[in-house]
Design a protein around this ligand. Structure first.
Ligand code: ADP
Length: 541
C-alpha cells in the first residue's frame, strides 16, 4: 500500500508568499543609524524581496551562488534574507564584528560573489574586499547619503527588476543559507542550511511548548541577523506574520528600552550580556517604571543564563526562556520551560528549571557520551552532548569529515558537557575547553559564574582556569561590579562558600571595568586567558 498524500517539497518560499498574501498590512519597524524610525509593511517587504530576487538573477546570480550580506538588523536585511533565497541563491550572512582579515577569509572560503552591504559598513567591506572574489557590491543607503560611484545602489538595483518574475525550480534539500561559527573556540567553520531544515526548525520553534510564538506577538530580534540565522526568528516572523521591530546598530539598554516600550514588543531575543545590562537599568528605574508590555518575554541563549538574571527579570514581571543550540544546529535544540509532567513545583524549583538548558524540542535527539559510553539520564552522570536531527549539520562546508566533530554513527559532537535529568532537562556544566581541572577534580566555570553573578553587587563574571604549581589549575574569577557597588574578595568568597564546596571557591579574583566580548556578544574567554596567562599565587594565598 502507498500513502495517498501529495509529495510537496518543504520550501521556505511558501511561508514567504503566504505572508505576502495574508499579512500585507503588518508593520516592520527599523531603527536607523541616526536613531530615526523607518516604517514599512509585509506587503512592501514581499514585493521588494521578489524584486531583489529578479534583479539578482538578471545580474547573473545562479542557483546555489553565494550572496553575502554585511548588515545590521533592519528592513533591508530582512528583504535580503528572503530575496536571496527566492532567487535560488544562498544567503551568507557575514559577521560584521569579526576582524576584517577573518571576514575576508570567510567570504573567500564560502566563494561569495555578490554582497549586499550597509553604507555605514562600506569602510569595513573595503578592508577585506581584496581577499574575496566578490564582483558585485549592492549598497543600502541607511544614512540617506548618495552611494559612492562604483557601487550598485540598492534602490536602483531593485528598479532593474520588472516584477514579472517567477521562482526557479527548487528542491527541499537545496541550500538556502549559510553561517560560519563565530570561532569562540577555533577557526570559523561553515554550516549550510536547506529549505527542509529551516522549515522544520521554524515549525518546531513556534510550538507552544517550544518558544511559543504567535502572529499576535511583536518581535524585536536583538540577536544579530548574522548570528546563526538570527536564531531562526526571521523565518518564524514570516511564517506567522508577526510585527517586527529591528534595532539597527543601537543595542545599548538605553536604546532598546524605549523601542520595547513604544512598539509594544512581546518577544525579544539575545545573548545574556545584553540582558545583564538591561536588568540593571530596570532595577535602577524601579518596578513598573518602564511600562513595558505586560506579556513581554525574553528568549536568551548563546551562553548559560544565570539564575540571578532570570529572577531579576521576574521581579519586573518579565519571563525569561533559555534556549541552547549552536550555529551547527540552526540553532534551537533545547528550551527551558516547565513541563506538564513536572506537576506543581515550588518557586525555587521553577527558577532552577528555567536556569537549566531545558528539554529537547521535537525531532531533536540528544545523548551524553562519557569515557564509558552513553550516560544515563540521572541528573548526575555527565558527558559530551551529542545531537542528531533534521536541522543539525552532518558536515562542514568544504572541510573533510573529522572524528572531532562527528561520531561514526553520524551524530554531531557539540563540545558541551552536561547531565540530563530523568525528566529530560539538560544541565550544561561547561564547554570541554572551559572546564577547570583542579587537583584532579573538575570545576564548572558556568556554575561558578552563575553563583558569583548571584551576589547583589556583581554585574558580570567570567571564570577561567589559570595554571597552579600545586593543583595544576585553579579558577580565576574576573568580576565587574554594578555601578556604585563593590564587595571585597573575602566577601565574595564567603558568599560562594555558603553555596558550594570549599575547594571550588576561587582564590584568585580580578576586578575589572568590563569583560571582553566575542563577535556575538559572549564573554571572550580566549582573550581572558591571554590577559591572565599566570597568577601570583603567593599573594593570593
Ligand atoms: P561559537 O561556537 O563560536 O560561540 P555558537 O553561537 O554557535 O558560536 O555557540 C554555540 C555554543 O554556545 C554552544 O556549543 C554552547 O557552548 C554555547 N551555548 C549556547 N546556548 C547556551 C546555553 N543556553 N547555555 C550554555 N551554553 C550555551
Amino acid at each position: 500500500m502507498q500513502a495517498t498524500m501529495q509529495r510537496v517539497p518543504l520550501n521556505m518560499c511558501s511561508f514567504f508568499d503566504r505572508a505576502g498574501k495574508m499579512f500585507g498590512s503588518v508593520e516592520i519597524v527599523s531603527r536607523m543609524p541616526d536613531k530615526s524610525l523607518h516604517r514599512t509593511t509585509y506587503g512592501a517587504f514581499h514585493r521588494r524581496a521578489r524584486l531583489l530576487a529578479e534583479a539578482l538573477q538578471k545580474a547573473g546570480v545562479q542557483k546555489g551562488d553565494r550572496v553575502a550580506t554585511l548588515m545590521w538588523n533592519h528592513y533591508a536585511h530582512f528583504e535580503a534574507y528572503f530575496g536571496i533565497i527566492a532567487a535560488g541563491a544562498v544567503l551568507h550572512t557575514l559577521n560584521l564584528r569579526l576582524a576584517p582579515e577573518e571576514i575576508g577569509w570567510i567570504a573567500s572560503h564560502a566563494e561569495d560573489t555578490v554582497i549586499v552591504v550597509d553604507d555605514v559598513l562600506l569602510p569595513l567591506f573595503e578592508q577585506f574586499r581584496a581577499a574575496t572574489k566578490i564582483r558585485k557590491v549592492i549598497v543600502v543607503s541607511l544614512t540617506g547619503k548618495p552611494v559612492p560611484a562604483g557601487y550598485d545602489e540598492y534602490e536602483a538595483f531593485l528598479a532593474t527588476a520588472t516584477g514579472r518574475w517567477d521562482y526557479p525550480p527548487m528542491d527541499e534539500d537545496d541550500p538556502i543559507a549559510m553561517c560560519y561559527t563565530s570561532g569562540t573556540t577555533g577557526r570559523p567553520k561553515g554550516v549550510v542550511y536547506s529549505h527542509r531544515s529551516q522549515v522544520l526548525h521554524t515549525l518546531a520553534q513556534c510550538l507552544p511548548d517550544s518558544i511559543g510564538l504567535s502572529g499576535r506577538d511583536v518581535l524585536l530580534p536583538v540577536v544579530p541577523m548574522f548570528h546563526a540565522n538570527a536564531w531562526g526568528v526571521p523565518y518564524a516572523a514570516v511564517m506567522l506574520g508577526m510585527k517586527l521591530v529591528f534595532p539597527g546598530p543601537h543595542l545599548h539598554p538605553d536604546d532598546l528600552l524605549p523601542l520595547l516600550r513604544d512598539e509594544r514588543v512581546t518577544v525579544s531575543c539575545g545573548v545574556p550580556t545584553i540582558w545583564l545590562g538591561m536588568v540593571q537599568v530596570l532595577d535602577q528605574a524601579g518596578v513598573g517604571a518602564w511600562k513595558l508590555h505586560p506579556e513581554l518575554k525574553l528568549t536568551v541563549g548563546g551562553s548559560a543564563v544565570p539564575e540571578s538574571l532570570i529572577r531579576g527579570f521576574a521581579r519586573h514581571g518579565i519571563d525569561v526562556l533559555q534556549g541552547w543550540g549552536m550555529t551547527e544546529t540552526s540553532p534551537l535544540c533545547t528550551i527551558s520551560k516547565l513541563l506538564h509532567t513536572q506537576g506543581e513545583v515550588s518557586e525555587d524549583e521553577m527558577f532552577a528549571t528555567k536556569a537549566s538548558q531545558g528539554y529537547t524540542v521535537p525531532l531533536v535527539d540528544i545523548r551524553i557520551m562519557g569515557d564509558e559510553g552513553e550516560q544515563p539520564w540521572d541528573g548526575k552522570s555527565v558527558g559530551e552532548i551529542q545531537v542528531h536531527g533534521p536541522w543539525i549539520t552532518g558536515a562542514y562546508h568544504d572541510l573533510p569529515a573529522s572524528a572531532d566533530s562527528f561520531t561514526a554513527d553520524g551524530w554531531l559532537r557539540t563540545g558541551d558537557v552536561a547531565a540530563i535529568t530523568p525528566e529530560g532537562f539538560v544541565k550544561i556544566t561547561d564547554r570541554t575547553k572551559d572546564l577547570i581541572k583542579s587537583g584532579g577534580e573538575w570545576i564548572s566555570s558556568v556554575d561558578l559564574e552563575n553563583a558569583i553573578m548571584g551576589h547583589p553587587a556583581v554585574a558580570e563574571a567570567a571564570v577561567i582556569a589559570v595554571p597552579h604549581p600545586k593543583w595544576a589549575e585553579r579558577p580565576l574569577a574576573v568580576v565587574v561590579f554594578k555601578q556604585g557597588q563593590r564587595a571585597t574578595q573575602a566577601e565574595l568568597q564567603q558568599f560562594l562558600a555558603a553555596r558550594m564546596v570549599k575547594w571550588m571557591v576561587p582564590d584568585a579574583f580580578a576586578f575589572v571595568e568590563s569583560i571582553p566580548r566575542t563577535s556575538t556578544g559572549k564573554f571572550q574567554k580566549t582573550k581572558l586567558r591571554e590577559m591572565y596567562p599566570t597568577w601570583d599565587w603567593q599573594e593570593a594565598s
